[in-house]
Design a protein. Structure first.
Lengths: 110, 117
């Protein structure tokens, strides 16, 4: 059973635009929601994360929006740059386990 | 952020041989380490969870006799692919969890691309 559903599968954004990736979960026991960025041939790197007691968290150009009642959270990349082109994974965590979304391949066009 | 070192980054081996992959947490003690497998353009598939000093817990469908995991210390876990076959060719990634800034964070190694001929 997939613990977290991620969309879209792929995304093309013009340089300077906003990239938005969405994730939805069912189990309300999850209490930590990180986003990871992965470049080809590399391991994922923690980008930003949020706890369910906060509705939004911003770090530089990256923002997580969290909707506890809807059980959804999203990653917003403002002023997207070609260097942001990568695969992004959302994850949910509880009981010492992380579950990952299926990934979104982002391509930022120059 | 915390650093997890994984070696080797790339290995080619003959069918029937065994390959060992190391995962080290360099600047924190990782009580729990995870091993993932990733196929091209797919998400990470959790293979097993290992806790220091105890036997690894394998996910359903993962052969524990084929994928031997040892977590001998708080900073080192190893994955040995025994009697490797071409279908074992994949990208293997380790990760280590540690409590930093009040959150249980997961840090990944750089991955190991295994090619079995």
């Amino acid at each position: 059973q997939q613990q977290v559903k991620q969309s879209p599968q792929s995304l093309i954004v013009q340089k300077g635009g906003i990239s938005i990736i969405n994730c939805a979960y069912e189990n309300t026991a999850f209490d930590y929601f990180p986003w990871y960025q992965q470049f080809p041939g590399k391991g994922p790197a923690l980008l930003i994360a949020i706890r369910p007691d906060v509705s939004e968290k911003k770090e530089g150009r990256f923002t997580i929006s969290f909707n506890k009642s809807a059980k959804q959270f999203s990653l917003h990349i403002m002023d997207s740059q070609p260097g942001d082109s990568a695969t992004y994974f959302c994850a949910v965590y509880n009981f010492n386990k992380f579950y990952f979304g299926s990934g979104t391949k982002l391509n930022v066009k120059p | 952020g915390a650093v997890v070192s994984q070696h080797p980054s790339w290995v080619i081996c003959k069918s029937g041989t065994s390959v060992k992959i190391e995962c080290r947490s360099l600047d924190f003690q990782a009580t729990t380490m995870f091993w993932y497998r990733q196929f091209p353009k797919q998400s990470l598939m959790l293979m097993a969870t290992s806790n220091e000093g105890s036997k690894a817990t394998y996910e359903q469908g993962v052969e524990k006799d084929k994928f031997l995991i040892n977590h001998a210390s708080l900073t080192l876990s190893t994955l040995t692919v025994t009697s490797a076959h071409p279908e074992d060719s994949s990208f293997y990634i380790c990760s280590a969890s540690g409590l930093t800034g009040g959150d249980e964070k997961l840090f990944f190694g750089s991955g190991t691309q295994l090619s079995v001929l």
